[in-house]
Design a binder for this molecule. Structure first.
Ligand code: MLT
Length: 394
């Protein structure tokens, strides 16, 4: 038998597993060190009251003969898809049809799984730095990848160059890892490019709820022409603290047709074959957080993280460390002081400040010399981490 040799072309460990391993080793040698984690984007605020109430109520229902739910629809329960459609209408004035929405266990899985519907010979464009999932899932399948540099010169927002040859284009806005976000004009240029070239944009909108600037769209479907060239992936992980609860959704518009076939139908076929849906209690909790009361509760948490980001931005400004993000995003992308390389600064911060960040080079060559901080820790830890950083590097 033969194994998939493409796996030999990816890093041996996933970036965040590598960081966790280094931290574990450090802790084994330095018992009692008080570490502050600003590395992986995991949240710290507990689930909201609406989410918890819905989970309990649904679990109780499941314990009764009348309320029991077995296999659900692979695409997600209608009550949740309607709630998601309503969310798009209310937050962006965008009409999404219920049969275009696919409920999933999170954006990460769908961003990889969607590749099932595309040929292996398609060329893939990603930005550099980039969320490693886009690259690794395509390398696993053996696809060719072209990288678009995101640098301080282009504001970390690469634009399509007329010579670009790409069938699949990944865009993430607000961006992970840089925190930079495309405004309407720039996103329109990407949509026009994709429509003119027959490309498909895989749009990761996982951080949309952090947008406060009205010029930054929260969905690619707010852009004219996007329904014929884009698929959007979104998640309740950061918006509603569902990193452990697991729920996201993917939108494949009916107007997206390639080779004469509706991609929505292909994705439905794929999901009904390989996926059995998200659990009923989790879908009830997801629907609850998107209703008025639930939304007000989760937006308080988003505001809390945004205030953390503001505190961090203040510190980095004081230290005169160039950075981007932190405004419409929970991530701050910071230039390492004294021309340090990313992993060197990661180690320095770990040992001297006991603060964990993510080395920028782990997101791609253009990330070398940068690190990423998340604003998802508690307020006290954020203040303490910034105090330590100012004392050591100020
Ligand atoms: C990150 O830290 O980049 C994200 O939390 C990872 C993820 O969402 O999978």
């Amino acid at each position: 038998m033969k194994i998939n040799k493409n796996y030999q072309n990816i890093e041996e460990t996933y970036l965040f597993s590598e960081i966790a391993e280094r931290v574990r080793k450090y802790m084994a040698e330095n018992h009692g060190a008080s570490l502050i984690k600003m590395g992986i984007g995991d949240v710290t605020r507990p689930l909201s009251k609406s989410a918890v109430d819905a989970l309990i109520k649904a679990a109780e229902e499941m314990g009764t003969a009348e309320g029991f739910h077995g296999y659900g629809p692979e695409q997600g329960y209608e009550f949740l898809r309607d709630e998601i459609a309503d969310y798009y209408q209310r937050t962006s004035g965008v009409k999404i049809f219920s049969d275009e929405i696919f409920v999933s266990d999170g954006a990460k899985s769908d961003l990889g799984n969607i590749l099932d519907i595309f040929d292996v010979d398609n060329v893939v464009a990603v930005t550099d730095p980039v969320y490693p999932v886009y690259v690794d899932t395509n390398v696993m399948a053996g696809r060719k990848i072209v990288k678009l540099s995101a640098t301080a010169e282009n504001g970390f927002l690469p634009m399509p160059d007329p010579d670009l040859q790409a069938d699949i284009i990944y865009l993430c806005s607000p961006n992970n890892p840089t925190g930079a976000a495309y405004d309407k004009d720039r996103l329109q240029q990407w949509v026009d490019f994709a429509n003119a070239h027959g490309s498909v944009i895989l749009y990761d909108a996982a951080y949309e709820s952090f947008i406060s600037d009205p010029d930054i769209p929260r969905t690619i479907f707010a852009i004219e022409g996007a329904r014929s060239c884009a698929i959007e992936f979104c998640s309740l992980s950061k918006t509603a603290g569902f990193t452990g609860t697991r729920c996201g959704y993917t939108i494949v518009p009916g107007g997206l047709v390639r080779d004469g076939i509706q991609l929505r139908k292909m994705w439905l076929r794929r999901q009904t074959t390989k996926f059995n849906g998200v659990s009923y209690p989790v879908q009830r909790a997801a629907a609850a957080v998107l209703k008025d009361q639930g939304l007000a509760e989760i937006m308080e948490n988003v505001a809390y993280y945004k205030e953390n980001a503001r505190i961090m931005a203040e510190t980095f400004s004081e230290l005169k460390w160039p950075f981007t993000g932190g405004k419409n995003s929970p991530y701050l992308w910071v230039k390492c002081p004294n021309e340090m390389r990313s992993w060197a600064f990661f180690d320095d911060l770990l040992v001297r400040a006991n603060v964990i960040c993510t080395p920028g080079s782990g997101f791609g060559d253009c990330g070398e010399g940068y690190v990423r901080f998340t604003s998802f820790n508690t307020r006290d830890n954020t203040i303490e981490a910034m105090k330590r950083i100012r004392e050591i590097y100020g």
